[in-house]
Design a protein around this ligand. Structure first.
Ligand code: ZN
Ligand code: ZN
Length: 194
């Protein structure tokens, strides 16, 4: 599955469905499911940022008050990337189709050089437990292993299957797993993000 890394708190805001538009300097042609990862490190200013509005109020709604409650170096959710347009084109669109503070959670100031670009996402599916991953710059691939049968996209179930959740394939969707194997998380990384 394709994945991108976001600094905190933006990665968690996306998992909480408080942010659906990722603004980047480059456009993207890819459409489809996209895993949202939180980076291992975020710049130092991010820690202070979550005490500023609207971050403070929005995160407090989800019982997040401290930066170290935000998971790091893990996949938090899957979204569907369905379009990419220069932020200019979003002007005049009804803001009420987006979460309340969407425009404050991205870079919507138009550059003379063109862009930035709005990567439009919808249909967020938070992972019940964030999955540890080391992110990379730009778009990268993460391997989705089915938590029930262990299949992957490259090595699918006999007869074929697809990803229903990040770690659940279409063949196993109705089965109750006996055990769910996740890599151990430290207490601070395991904070819920939903
Ligand atoms: Zn499976
Ligand atoms: Zn499968």
């Amino acid at each position: 599955m394709k994945a991108i890394s976001l600094w905190q708190p933006w990665a968690t805001l996306m998992a909480l469905d408080e942010k659906r538009i990722e603004t980047r300097t480059r456009p993207i042609g890819y459409r489809g499911p996209l895993a949202i990862c939180a980076t291992k490190r975020s710049p130092i200013f991010c820690g202070a940022l979550i005490q500023d509005e609207p971050f403070k109020t929005v995160l407090a709604r989800h019982n997040i008050n401290r930066f170290n409650q935000l998971p790091r170096a893990c996949i938090l959710c899957i979204v569907d990337l369905y379009d990419c347009v220069p932020v200019e084109e979003l002007r005049g669109q009804r803001a009420n189709v987006w979460p309340e503070h969407e425009l404050e959670f991205g870079n919507f100031s138009v550059s003379v050089l063109g862009g930035p670009y709005a990567w439009l996402t919808r249909n967020v599916r938070p992972l019940k437990v964030p999955l540890p991953v080391i992110g990379q710059r730009g778009l990268f691939e993460v391997v989705c292993v089915c938590r029930v049968c262990g299949c992957t996209d490259e090595c699918a179930c006999e007869g074929g299957c697809s990803r229903i959740e990040f770690d659940l394939c279409s063949r196993c969707v109705d089965l109750k797993p006996l055990t769910i194997h996740h890599l151990p998380l430290t207490a601070s990384e395991a904070m819920p993000c939903h």
